[in-house]
Design a protein around this ligand. Structure first.
Ligand SMILES: *Cc1c(COP(=O)(O)O)cnc(C)c1O
Length: 373
């Protein structure tokens, strides 16, 4: 079946006890046993497994074409669980432009655990090839990346990693399984901040790891989830599963609007650069066109006049909301350099836009006002 159909149906079935078409939220933390100690429905305790979590995990595994999925209380908890599944002394190659929180986790928290981390420009496969050591166990990728939307060749890097006996994990939060299918390109794990497009309504925090095979790595991830306990609540699982039902249609709107806004900004005299892989001038355009089915809803611009000009434009928007995050129906604008603070790699004249589902004419009118003299 096609993705639109799977998004509506995967993980869903009318509730066996009531016929409810929409699943109930099972808040119970514990489940009754028979006199002989058996658990007739298979449920024991909600940290181990819960009906709402199970539905969401089945849905996400189906959408990504994976064998198994584990969901977490946040995207960062999902990332942390992958890193926790490695051992002290293991070496990890991490995309230098991965999500800021991922870089913090890998190079601050896990450095203290004895994980060796190399930050690499993964859009250059030669740089990745040069970074492997005898202890490399994992390559962590993110494409398109934040905030300059660099594109990494997933099939090429997955092949390199396989030759070095390392796993490949991809943060697919920006592209979603609608636009990009890392497991089909040979990657081992897909990570999601379901907080973003999958939940899709800026009202729930969550994370997921989907595995191509239920291998040793995934078994460690599952065990860390169950025993470490960074699980997603039944209500949050329910919200993400609900959000996913409209994901393919929402992504069409995000992509069409972002393309319209990017083309408009590309012609604007106050905009020095537009970073959007859908524009033919973007350095990753050809690769993105080959590896993604569309270019997504995120873009960044560099405003002529530097930091002050960028902050001024940001202060003048009326329809865009000044806030961090992405993937909701409302458009957001953010000055990444001030949000990330010391150590930020974001240029000071850069604004990142999460293009929502408003009409593109209204978004363009708001940017026209914000960028005017
Ligand atoms: C938001 C985000 C995360 C982290 O997710 P949280 O749910 O905030 O922990 C990780 N990666 C990307 C690409 C993100 O946008």
């Amino acid at each position: 079946m096609k993705l639109e159909t799977l998004a509506v149906h995967a993980g869903h079935a009318p509730d066996a006890s009531t016929g409810a078409v929409i699943p109930p939220i099972t808040l119970s933390t514990t489940f009754a046993r028979e006199p002989d100690g058996s658990t007739p429905h298979g449920w024991v305790y909600t940290r181990y497994a819960n009906p709402n979590r199970d539905s969401l995990e089945r849905c996400l595994a189906t959408l990504e074409g994976g064998a198994a999925c584990a969901v977490f209380a946040s995207g960062s908890a999902a990332t942390m669980t992958v890193l926790q599944s490695l051992s002290p002394g293991d070496h990890v190659i991490v995309a230098e432009d991965a999500y800021f929180g991922t870089l913090r986790l890998a190079s601050e928290l896990f450095a203290r655990w004895g994980l060796a981390v190399s930050l690499v420009r993964t859009s250059d496969p030669d740089a990745v090839a040069a970074a492997f050591t005898a202890r490399t166990r994992l390559v962590w990728l993110e494409t398109p990346s934040n905030p300059l939307l660099h594109i990494t060749d997933l099939a090429a890097v997955a092949e390199l990693a396989r030759r070095h006996g390392a796993w490949t994990a991809v943060d697919n939060s920006w592209a979603t399984p609608v636009l990009q299918r890392p497991l089909e390109l040979g990657c081992d794990l897909v990570m999601h901040a379901t907080t973003k497009y999958l939940g899709g309504h800026s009202d729930t925090l969550g994370g997921a790891i989907v595995a191509r095979e239920e291998n040793e790595l995934f078994q460690r991830i599952r065990s860390t989830q169950m025993h470490g306990g960074a699980v997603q609540s039944p209500f949050d699982c329910w919200l993400v599963l609900r959000g996913i039902r409209t994901l393919p249609y929402r992504m069409r709107g995000h992509c069409a609007n972002a393309r319209a806004v990017a083309e408009y900004l590309g012609r604007h005299k106050r905009v020095a650069a537009v970073h959007y892989p859908g524009l033919p001038g973007h350095p990753g355009h050809a690769l993105a066109a080959a590896q993604m089915s569309d270019f997504g809803g995120m873009l960044s611009i560099q405003v002529r006049g530097g930091r002050d000009a960028a902050l001024r434009a940001k202060s003048r928007v009326e329809l865009f909301t000044r806030a961090t995050s992405l993937g909701g129906p409302e458009s957001l604008v953010e000055h990444r350099h001030s949000v990330e603070g010391a150590g930020s790699r974001a240029p000071e004249d850069l604004l990142r836009l999460s293009i929502g589902l408003e009409h593109p004419d209204d978004l363009i009118a708001d940017l026209e006002r914000a960028l005017a003299d």
